[in-house]
Ligand binder design. Structure first.
Ligand code: MN3
Length: 198
């Protein structure tokens, strides 16, 4: 089954100044589409064609199939990334299960600071993550198209720190972008919904 580009769950201009229409037009309509098209070409006629996207990510990584790690990883990451944001998102009020995990981790402020540090210190392109491992929240980062599925944990929130995600709106200020993501964009209900996959 070929990859397909999901529609954005909101209009391109819905995230306002925090993530502009121009950024979403390039990032969703062009960058994500390229991962979909290239990834579909890689899996066509192979054992991966009928696999769930999560399994493609894990298997490609364990087999050292770097080309497919890049494309399938980025398709998975971006498909969720659009849903990890919403208009008027962010804030410190968390749904119940997430609130419990964050509390056990050390509280919201620690989680926020560690997430921003993870994204800021990812040298070059990659992602900052909240993930679940052995029932506990962890803050991690990965390079390029990798994600926590490939490293044995369940992603529940990811922020794209490739320059294409923030350079139009924030130029080189990656920390400001990460702050705006947590404070003004995150869809915590969608994050809560991914906890059950762990
Ligand atoms: Mn991206």
């Amino acid at each position: 089954m070929a990859f397909t580009l999901p529609d954005l769950p909101y209009p391109h201009d819905a995230l306002g100044a925090h993530m502009s229409k121009e950024t979403l037009e390039f990032h969703h309509d062009k960058h994500h589409l390229a991962y979909v098209n290239t990834g579909s070409g890689l899996i066509e006629g192979t054992k991966f064609a009928d696999m769930a996207l999560e399994d493609i990510c894990k298997t490609a990584f364990s087999e050292g199939n770097q080309a497919l790690v890049n494309q399938a990883g980025q398709h998975y990451n971006h498909t969720h990334f659009w849903n990890w944001m919403k208009p008027n998102g962010g804030g410190t009020a968390l749904p119940g299960k997430l609130e419990g995990l964050v509390s056990a981790y050390g509280g919201f402020d620690k989680m926020r600071a560690d997430f921003i540090t993870a994204g800021t210190t990812q040298f070059g392109s990659g992602w900052a993550w909240l993930a679940i491992k052995d029932g506990k929240l962890e803050v991690t980062k990965t390079a390029n198209g990798e994600n926590p599925l490939m490293h044995g944990s369940q992603p529940i929130l990811g922020c794209d720190v490739w320059e294409h995600s923030y350079y139009i709106d924030y130029r080189n200020a990656r920390p400001k972008y990460l702050e705006a993501f947590i404070d003004n964009l995150v869809n915590w209900e969608y994050v809560e919904g991914m906890i059950d996959k762990a």
